[in-house]
Design a protein around this ligand. Structure first.
Ligand SMILES: Nc1ncnc2c1ncn2[C@@H]1O[C@H](COP(=O)(O)OP(=O)(O)OP(=O)(O)O)[C@@H](O)[C@H]1O
Ligand SMILES: [Mg+2]
Length: 311
């Protein structure tokens, strides 16, 4: 297979909160790369550090260690004003709750246009209006909506407003942080289809954050599983579902409801116990256990996982 081009590289990053001397480590030694045009899933339970990673990528969380690169250029740490403008343009985020993330007192037109008012960007009133109209129609909303307020819209429409806002500067890379979790089940597919269409038309690359593996299974090319601030396993989606290795991944998979009622009734729910690892002596390392399949494991565990893959 031809070498794929990397869009985003997250390289040994660490994010800390709280006191400098006794920080809470929310993200610890996390590394992954996302290829151009790919949808990359990041899955883990509440509080595992998914949003923290997304916010580190959009530069809302500073890094305590490591580096993030977009298209080979460092985007973490200190940037020049020109670099800063470019990254703000190239990297955008879509949020979980369209209710919380939209400014209730601003009209939709302003919310969508906000990125156009940043320092160093010079658009005429007329250009801004045209760009807002285009962004709205790209996400399936009417240009007239620009003069209304967010509370006049349904959840699905509000999420479309959030997407229009992210798209207006024509980004390359989008962090979609649980973009459908807060929506009614009946409109989730519409928003997913919209994201897929936009990706195809514009060659976008996505980091798609979710709680639950079943959501990402069919939309992500590859999936990383995160537990307590560390990624424990990463593989192509099919491979992760067919041959999960890490006990935490297995536990997440066992929690997915089965469509077959008999299988559902007989299934065993696996519980993950971090004490199963015995990392006191032999520390775990991030290792490629087979091509494209990475796992956090120590040497004895790797032996077990390799044998498991040979079976
Ligand atoms: N600004 C902050 N200050 C202090 N602690 C924070 C901050 N942001 C996140 N945390 C902590 O970091 C950890 C990871 O939080 P994060 O929001 O990244 O989790 P998440 O995986 O996105 O969870 P959820 O699925 O609930 O959205 C949590 O323990 C959280 O309390
Ligand atoms: Mg989150």
């Amino acid at each position: 297979m031809a070498e794929r081009e990397k869009m985003l590289e997250v390289d040994h990053i660490r994010v800390e909160f709280g006191k400098k001397r006794h920080p809470f480590v929310a993200v610890d030694d996390v590394s992954f790369a996302i290829y151009k045009g790919e949808t990359f899933g990041l899955v883990g339970e509440s509080g595992s550090g998914k949003t923290t990673i997304g916010r580190a990528i959009i530069r809302a969380n500073p890094l305590a260690a490591g580096e993030i690169r977009l298209d080979g250029q460092r985007i973490s740490g200190r940037l020049t004003p020109a670099e800063d403008r470019q990254v703000t343009r190239d990297v955008q985020m879509i949020f979980q709750d369209p209710m919380d993330s939209l400014n209730e007192r601003a009209k939709v037109g302003y919310i969508v246009a906000e990125g156009l008012y940043a320092p160093g960007r010079h658009y005429t009133e007329e250009q801004r209006r045209e760009m807002v109209n285009k962004a709205l129609s790209d996400v399936g909303l009417l240009p007239e909506f620009a003069s209304r307020f967010p509370h006049e819209f349904s959840g699905g429409q509000r999420q479309r407003i959030g997407i229009a806002r992210a798209l207006i500067l024509d980004p390359k890379f989008i962090v979609a942080d649980e973009p459908i979790s807060a929506l009614d089940v009946s409109i989730r597919a519409q928003v997913l289809n919209l994201l897929a269409r936009l990706q195809k038309e514009r060659g976008l690359t996505y980091l798609f954050i979710a709680h639950d593996l079943s959501v990402v299974r069919f939309i992500c090319d590859r999936i990383a599983v995160i537990h307590k601030g560390r990624i424990v396993e990463l593989a192509e989606s099919e491979q992760l579902f067919a041959h999960p290795l890490h006990p935490y991944t297995k536990a997440l998979l066992s929690a997915i409801p089965q469509p077959d009622p008999i299988a559902e009734r007989n299934k065993k729910l696996l519980v993950y116990d971090p004490a199963c690892h015995h990392y006191e002596v032999d520390k775990p390392q991030w290792t490629e256990v087979e091509p494209g399949h990475f796992i956090l494991a120590n040497a004895p565990e790797l032996d077990v996982y390799r044998r498991e893959l040979q079976r």
